[in-house]
Design a protein around this ligand. Structure first.
Ligand SMILES: [Zn+2]
Length: 259
């Protein structure tokens, strides 16, 4: 699968994605907010956008749908329960559904918590290519989505416990925003002795740019404090509120909201 991660460089640091089949160059656009840039990149690459997919209904993810669809004739797909919040959805998606473009198949995951109708798209990989997760605002590099714009922390925890923590270490992560440097600071605020986070922060301070760094679940288990719910330093920092993984996750989310 061909993957083009496109940073928008707006105030929210959104990423949009173009994914294409190497054989047919048929493509899917995920959350193409900057529609002009998305269309230009697709044209430059010779990719044919057949589908626009939204991970969830927030405006910074759906705001570019119309012009991309007008220019390409693509169909719009989104979570079935987001269809009243996203105009002109052609196909509502459920857990386990698949999206095909050319010879590539993505599996739909139903991942509520940031909003109550949020999907992630999972590519299972090949012999030559590692799996990949296009995770919108569910999972970020070194962080997780906030829940105060229509979500619910307990539901987000359940999504992680049941569907994200269980992914294999080699699954590459392609989130909806570039928040990694701020998120690393939060991890280190909660777990100052986290050597992997210290080392990665140093690389960014030395000039590593976010687009040339692709994280995976194995890396997230080390640098993302929301994956480190049983670590003594994380729990001690929270105190009495850290009774189990769920309460620790929820308390971390609350602390991050106010951080
Ligand atoms: Zn959002």
């Amino acid at each position: 699968m061909l993957i083009k991660q496109i940073p928008i460089r707006n105030s929210l640091s959104n990423y949009m994605y173009l994914l294409a089949c190497e054989q047919t160059l048929e493509a899917i656009a995920i959350d193409p907010l900057d529609h002009d840039l998305c269309l230009q990149v697709a044209t430059d690459l010779g990719w044919l956008i057949k589908t626009v997919a939204n991970t969830h209904h927030h405006h910074d993810h759906i705001g570019g749908n119309g012009p991309v669809i007008d220019a390409t004739g693509a169909r719009l797909v989104a979570h079935a329960e987001a269809m009243d919040a996203i105009p002109n959805v052609d196909r509502g998606l459920y857990a386990g559904d698949t999206l095909q473009f050319g010879e590539i198949i993505l599996k739909v995951m139903d991942t509520p918590g940031h909003t109550m109708s949020h999907i992630c798209l999972y590519f299972s990989g090949t012999n030559a290519e590692q799996p990949a997760l296009f995770c919108g605002d569910t999972l970020f590099n070194a962080g997780v989505g906030r829940c105060d714009f229509g979500g619910e922390p307990k539901v987000l925890y359940n999504t992680f416990a049941e569907q994200i923590f269980t992914l294999s270490d080699d699954v590459r992560i392609f989130p909806g925003h570039d928040y990694i440097q701020n998120n690393l600071e939060f991890t280190l605020d909660r777990e100052p002795d986290n050597q992997s986070a210290i080392d990665l922060r140093a690389k960014f301070q030395e000039g590593l740019d976010a687009e040339s760094f692709v994280s995976n679940i194995g890396i997230e288990r080390e640098i993302n404090v929301f994956f480190r719910l049983d670590q003594a330093q994380v729990r001690e920092g929270i105190g009495a509120g850290a009774q189990d993984d769920q309460s620790t996750f929820i308390e971390l989310r609350r602390l991050r909201d106010n951080w």
